[in-house]
Design a binder for this molecule. Sequence first.
Ligand SMILES: CCCCCCC[C@H](O)CC(=O)SCCNC(=O)CCNC(=O)[C@H](O)C(C)(C)COP(=O)([O-])OP(=O)([O-])OC[C@H]1O[C@@H](n2cnc3c(N)ncnc32)[C@H](O)[C@@H]1OP(=O)([O-])[O-]
Length: 719
Amino acid sequence: MALYTRVSGSVGVITLQNPPVNALSAAVRQGIVDMMDRALSEPEVKSVVICGQNGKFCGGADIKEFGTNMSGPALIPLIDRIESAAKPVVAAIEGIALGGGLELALGCHYRIAHSKAKLGLPEVSLGLLPGAGGTQRLPRLISIPAALELITTGRHVTAAEALQLGIVDKVTDRNTLDEAVKFALSVAGKSLDLHRISTNPCPHPPDVDAVFETAMQRVRQRARGALAPVACVQAVRAAATLPYAHGMERERELFKGLFTSGQARALQYYFFAQRAVGRWSTPGGARWDTSKPRPVRRAAVIGLGTMGRGITVALAQAGLSVVAVETNEKQLTEAKQGVSDMLERGARRRGVPPALDKVIYSHKIQAVADVDLVIEAVFEDMELKKAIFQQLSALCKPGTFLCTNTSGLDIDELAAQTQNPELVVGMHFFAPAHVMKLLEVVYGQKSSPQAVATAMQIGSKIGKVSVAVGNCRGFVGNRILKPYLEQAFFLLEEGATPELVDKVLEEFGFAMGVFRMSDLSGLDVGWRVRKAIGLVAPEALTGPYARVREGHRYSPLGDLLCEQVRFGQKTGRGWYQYDKPGGRVAKPDPWLHRFLEEYRAQHGLVARRIDHQEVLDRCLYALINEGFRILEDGIAAGPEDIDVIYVLGYGWPQHRGGPMFYAGMVGLNKVLERLEHYHQVHPDVPNLQPCSLLRKLVASGSPPINKWREVIKKPHSQL
Ligand SMILES: CCCCCCC[C@H](O)CC(=O)SCCNC(=O)CCNC(=O)[C@H](O)C(C)(C)COP(=O)([O-])OP(=O)([O-])OC[C@H]1O[C@@H](n2cnc3c(N)ncnc32)[C@H](O)[C@@H]1OP(=O)([O-])[O-]
């Protein structure tokens, strides 16, 4: 809807009304058309202002309408009509002008923004390009290089930057609508010739071809198979090389191609999935809207290794006071320097003072006595963690939430060490903790709804996407990782190389193949966990049972590499070789290829040619199968939780939506059929046996992903 009022006698004000972000739904578009007609036909009205209600100009096209039968007036002619109006039209931008919202503003003759407003064309992150003239008008207004950068990254700019770039004519700290009305009065009757952006030529840099070539190279490198960034460059090129009308045709054609691509669907699903995870629930009935978090003013972090330092920085940057505890004096001294450096670097980047005074350091655990919440981030060792939880339980003031940053140990076992297990919850950060957007909030059998709600709230306060998950080995992310890694190892045994497996996964769109990723995160981490749970038995490494554990196929390849102190990048050798310890450029290692050959010979394995499809099928479907088990077990409340975790924490390509969405796209019956096939070939690999929920979904006619929850019915423990 849009509301019309007349102010100061001669200014028609059109207010977009569609909470929460005034998206351009059919009703809003119709409202704008009707109200523009009215403003243009009233002789008393000399100029027009368009604004949005509740301090938000417009969040763009209504994404919920995509994929439905879109009705109502089309956006492009609507914007053209505004631009060609004989009366000046001023956009009063408060809050946001994003996507179609900014395109609407670019159709206006003038733009006034509040100093706190954010502007941008983020369509690329939805698998689209600005399809209502944005790719043709923005370069005409702010130059090709600047427009390319904004459109291909989807970056939001502040009002100050928008002014500098020339996107807006004025920035104000006062009431934006009042300022826009004043401005509209001042420009009434003046020529609009220079202010119809589409009629202006597109300014050419002298080296225009080189500009586009560089932009194309950059997006191809970053895109990892995503179509939209490439199409964005092509559309801006059309602005530079074609007259406006033809450029618009090209924009429409490219937009259509993207709109109907599976990638746009995947990215739009992912957009809503990121928001859906905030509406968390647990099998015990705790929910986001009924569980009240408790305010946290002071937090403590125990253990200042890499994770603890990152968590301290994340908390301090969000304005929380942090007591940072490290009992090892040498480590404490290093951590002080490390945390301060990170805070200073972050502050420089964000143009704010560093939050150095938010952190108090101590080498005594007693310093936590007065905090509201503790995050334990010591070494991944159950006995050590148990001892710390016992101490925390005795030391902390009543009601302090006790959280652990374990990446997979049993939350209930830790909670059992405390007097108040309901206050214990997992907060699993991902390295580097001050950068990575994901937080798994792990509830145990006894975690109270308030503890879960508080951890979720802290997550959003520090800028994370928090996902509430149940307690099991590895929680969601690391549990799913296991069968994926396992398949990669098996493929090596059967004849593949790390290079082949990584190439296939990177071509699929993963940020890094499984072996390069293992080298980066350190092979010793998983080795230590496998040792702790008794999987690494030195005497079994060469014997007949070297490749069997608990009756199932097991690959000791990772263990054997660790025996050779090949821990990955940190030791300069892993699945690849590096120039030096800490080196980052992975090079194929002839030693490793020989080692694989000897290993196969030793175990009577005959290498075969493995094609790309098999690598992809086995790695991805094993992972997806575990995802279905997680849903079946109630460890994740819905497929969105798994997808968000996998995209944000494990480098799954966003434009493929996440593993569960991908399964739906491929077709659940195909996933089932392929798993059945591979399980038949490898009956000793239980992870390839299709999970019963997958069978149930297929038997129910493979419903769309938003209907899966209806099929998942499970018994659960109570919170
Ligand atoms: C030839 C064909 C021509 C086609 C024309 C194409 C036009 C154009 O180029 C395409 C577009 O504009 S594409 C669009 C380009 N625009 C974008 O990409 C902007 C996307 N939006 C954002 O980036 C963020 O939502 C904001 C920064 C706006 C607000 O952030 P925040 O304050 O953290 O709040 P929050 O939690 O994020 O959202 C609150 C609620 O609003 C909901 N919602 C939001 N936007 C929506 C939309 N456009 N729609 C519908 N709903 C939208 C959101 O789901 C959530 O709902 P819930 O039910 O409560 O969960």
